[in-house]
Structures are given as C-alpha cells and as structure tokens.
Design a protein around this ligand. Structure first.
Ligand code: V47
Length: 371
C-alpha cells in the first residue's frame, strides 16, 4: 500500500507524531499544521494528503465547464496585490460591461456547454445594488439552466452598505433574482496585521465568515479561498485554514477550499516573486490534511499552472476548476497560464495523474465520469 511505503521512506522525524494522528483519523492542531508547513519531506506530505483525498473522493478528480464574467474592474477598494481593479473609472484600463455584453458572454458559455457562470468584479462607486441584482436576473431569465455563482463576501458587504439592507436581506434578494451560490474570493489572509498591509480597506475575516455562514443558513453553498505567497507566514496560513474549519463545523456549507497562489506583476505590493512548485504543493497538501470537514480541495490551474495543478492531484487536490473561458484577475497580475482551458486537455491532465476525470456541476454532482 502506497501509504506504508511512503512512511517507511519518511525522512522527517519531526512530523512522525502528526503522521500518527492523521492515520488515526485525529483532528490536527495549529502546531501540527505549522510542523507540516515546515517539513522538507514533501513526498510523505503528498502521500498522506493523497491518502486522505482518496478516502473522501476515491480516485475521482473533478472539473467543470464554466465561464468567468467580471462585469467591471472599477473598484473603490485599493488592495495592494490586485492588478485587476482600477480606482479611477476614467483610466484607460477601466471598463464596465453593459447588460448586453454580459448576456453575450453568458450565451457563449451556454453555447460551449457551460453549466456555471462565476461572476465577480469591482465595487463600482456609481452602480447601485439594483444593477448587480439585474445582472443576476437577466442571466437567469435568459439561461435558466446556468448555475450562477456570483459575488464574494466583500461584494455582499458593499451591497449591504449601498442598499441599507442587512447581509441576510441582500442575500435573500440575490437568491430571489437567481443567485445559486457564492464564490470564495476576498478571503485573502485573515490575519488582521497582514490584511492591514495587503488589503487595508477590505472587510475583516469576521465579516467574511459571517456572510458565508448566513448564506449557508439560507441554503446557499459557497467556496472559500486563501491568497498565499506574499507577506504572510506559515502561522498565518494555518490560522486562516483553521478559522475556515471552525466556520465549516458550524454550517457545513463550504463545498471546496481553493488556495490562490499570489501573482506578482502590475500591483502595488513589493513582492516580486511567483510562488514555487514546492510551496504550491505543500499548501494544497497541508490544506487537505487540516480541513477534515471540507470534501474538496481545488488545484486552480490558472494560478499555479496546469503542470503543477496536475501534480497536485497526487498531493491532496481532487478538483482543477474548469474551462474558465476568460480569466482576467490572475492574468492582469502576470499569471503565465492560458486564459482558458479545453475540456479535452483537462481530461488528459487528470487521466495522466492516475485519477478518474469527472465532469461536475457547481455542487459536485456528477455530469459524466470518464472511466
Ligand atoms: O478575491 C487577486 C485573488 C480572487 C491576485 O470560488 C489574486 O471557486 C493571486 O476567488 N494573485 C478572485 N490572487 C479569484 C477567486 C476564485 C478563483 C477561482 C475559483 C474560485 C471559486 C474563486 O483572486 C480575489 C483575490 O483573492 N487575487 N489578485 C493576485 N495578484
């Protein structure tokens, strides 16, 4: 059995007690998480994470035919890592999509087999909540078969300020308009001191988690993320992941955790390095091992590249996201991956990793298994 061999070969005695806990099915602590991040024994870490993934998901590895739509990049926030948004609506880089343009993109998605649209964008100073509601309702009206995964917790907080409604009422109105789930963006790193440096105007982690928990209680599922590889420490990462685990204990509404690798170009953060392959794999593996209550871990090929994402399928990940069709946020910041992916390529990458490709919907229902 793979796991026994891996453990015989394990070179880092420091992590043996943690390995024991994992094999006994015990929940890991903050200290365990930090130890795992500090190990150089990446193969043992990978084997353990893969062992847990296969307990949860068997040999299945998922992808979705989806499309991202970013209706505007004009944004009142000034997050230092972000190369996508522009605070000045008159700058040459700034854009706003009309309803027709958004519908055209949704139609392209449907014509190309998409089951999901993932919509996020800037907090536009001149748009009211109704405009965002209309985006959801026109898509739903024209393409009722599409699952609309839209608006991060940061946007929900903004809509609440714009409309004077509570988080709950904002979410109810969005749901009535056709919203199906929330994406996980905006989490960044929860540590208040890091947040002050990288995203000083963004809501804190308490509000981020509160909004997700309210959504879950209203029957909306969501995903959740962590932006890593900038100025945070391993301790900050573990703290972030454990806060998510705690929230998930309360509601069970997160379907998936997505570590987002920092892209260093065209932004205001003086961190100029891309993350390394080892750090990407380690982050996925440790996330898998700490988050015993979240079924899926995504290796987001857009940010770590398709090669690392493919390898990550043996380091704890069981999902590659999807075809995406048009990616802006990571690519404005220097992502080296393509801006879209062919379904056939995703199937090949997954098969070569020794896993069974499953085309899924947003909530991980199987659409087709490629045995
Ligand atoms: O919220 C912004 C991050 C997020 C950079 O929910 C950056 O299934 C790296 O959340 N380097 C948006 N990351 C993307 C996102 C996402 C992507 C795929 C799937 C899902 C899902 C969610 O991207 C932002 C921010 O955390 N981001 N700038 C950057 N320079």
């Amino acid at each position: 059995m793979n796991i026994e061999l891996a453990l015989k070969l394990a070179s880092d005695r420091e992590i043996f007690p943690v390995v024991d806990k994992i094999l006994e099915g015990e929940r890991l602590s903050f200290e365990d998480g930090v130890k795992l991040f500090n190990t150089k024994d990446i193969l043992t870490l990978g084997a353990l994470a893969n062992y847990i993934t296969e307990q949860k998901n068997g040999k299945y590895a998922y992808f979705v035919i989806n499309r991202q739509i970013n209706p505007t990049n004009v944004c009142v926030l000034d997050c230092k890592f972000c190369a996508f948004a522009d605070m000045d609506k008159n700058s040459p880089k700034a854009y706003e999509m009309s309803y027709d343009q958004i519908l055209e993109k949704a139609k392209y998605a449907v014509d190309n087999g998409a089951v999901e649209v993932h919509i996020v964008g800037g907090l536009h100073p001149d748009w009211d909540f109704q405009r965002y509601l209309n985006i959801v309702s026109i898509i739903k009206k024209n393409f009722p078969q599409l699952h609309i995964k839209a608006f991060t917790a940061v946007e929900i907080d903004y809509f609440s300020k714009l409309s004077g409604l509570s988080y709950e009422d904002v979410l109810i109105k969005l749901k009535e308009a056709g919203l199906d789930s929330l994406p996980g963006g905006g989490a960044e790193i929860f540590s208040p001191s890091v947040r002050k440096v990288i995203a000083p105007k963004k809501i804190g982690y308490q509000k981020y988690l509160e909004i997700h928990k309210i959504a879950h209680r209203l029957g909306l599922h969501s995903t959740t993320t962590m932006l890593y590889g900038h100025v945070e420490s391993y301790e900050d990462r573990v703290d972030h992941i454990l806060k998510i685990r705690e929230a998930q204990d309360e509601t069970g509404g997160f379907t998936c955790f997505i570590p987002l690798a920092y892209q260093p170009e065209n932004n205001d953060l003086p961190v100029y390095d891309y993350t390394s392959g080892i750090d990407d794999l380690k982050t996925i593996a440790v996330s898998r091992l700490l988050l015993d209550n979240i079924t899926h871990i995504k290796a987001y090929w857009v940010m770590i590249g398709e090669k690392t994402a493919q390898v990550a399928l043996n380091f704890g990940a069981d999902d590659m996201d999807g075809t995406v069709m048009e990616e802006k946020i990571a690519h404005f910041a220097g992502a080296k991956s393509p801006t879209q992916q062919a379904k056939e390529r995703l199937i090949r990458l997954i098969k070569e990793a020794g896993k069974i490709p499953v085309e899924r919907d947003t909530l991980y229902n199987h659409i087709r298994v490629y045995e």
